[in-house]
Write a protein that binds this ligand. Structure first.
Ligand code: UDP
Length: 224
């Protein structure tokens, strides 16, 4: 392959949702010669939705200064593993941001973010690496978000909330604004169930569901 090649790692559901945004971004920011491909360890086809799927080792064969990759995998632990592989192999990270999103003032966004359409990051926010902000989610003022955090669609994260690494916030969850001079804290690795209304701190590693959100006694895979 000659010229710049941009890869979307993960040729499954998440990747297929990000690819059209990446295409739009490349048209706006790069010349027409740039290529856009899926990258996957276990391709199920040669191409999908009009884009070739390269195996990771094929992508690695592209000259180092001509390849960029975004990781489109919802599972944050897998995402971290892939990011580690990329760093070890000298693959440059790429962020994909929908043109139909809003980023206000004083936002620090780590590498590898994926911002879906109709997302909004308001002012004075700090966000770590490989953040996934799905359709119609917002992050309000003064939030601090760690690395590898995932927002499913429709998350409403109000002001002055601190979220630890690898937290997962399910579809339609609402997180109350921090108040009284201290942030509302969601600990690392916490899982917020879909539709949960979070009114108080969530400990690291806890799964909370309902309104108001309370810890689940058993871990379930159906809450998100
Ligand atoms: N995958 C991979 N290497 C890994 C883990 C996952 O290539 O170490 C690929 C996997 O083959 C699949 C995609 O990533 O194509 C993940 O798809 P899945 O439907 O599990 O997740 P989603 O797209 O919903 O995040």
């Amino acid at each position: 392959m000659n010229g710049a090649v941009f890869g979307i790692f993960g040729a499954s559901g998440c990747g297929r949702g990000i690819m059209p945004l990446a295409r739009q971004q490349l048209i706006a920011e790069w010349d027409e010669a740039a290529q856009l491909v899926f990258v996957d360890d276990a391709p199920q086809a040669d191409a999908i939705n009009g884009h070739r799927i390269l195996r990771y080792d094929e992508f690695l064969a592209i000259p180092a200064d001509q390849r960029w990759m975004a990781v489109a995998i919802a599972n944050s632990r897998v995402r971290e593993t892939i990011a580690g592989r990329m760093a070890a192999d000298g693959i440059l990270s790429w962020s994909v941001r929908s043109g139909q999103g809003v980023i206000m003032d004083g936002v620090t966004l780590g590498e590898g973010a994926l911002l879906s359409p109709f997302t909004c990051l308001t002012s004075n926010i700090r966000i770590g690496r490989h953040f996934h902000c799905n359709l119609y989610s917002y992050v309000e003022h003064d939030c601090v978000i760690g690395d590898f955090v995932t927002f499913a669609p429709g998350v409403q994260c109000n002001g002055n909330v601190w979220i630890g690494d690898h937290a997962y916030v399910g579809a339609g969850a609402i997180i109350r604004q921090g108040g009284g001079g201290r942030p509302l804290r969601i600990g690392a690795g916490a899982v917020i169930g879909m539709g949960a209304i979070v009114t108080r701190d969530v400990p690291a590693g806890a799964t909370v569901v309902g309104n108001p959100a309370r810890p689940m006694l058993e871990r379930s895979t159906d809450v998100c």
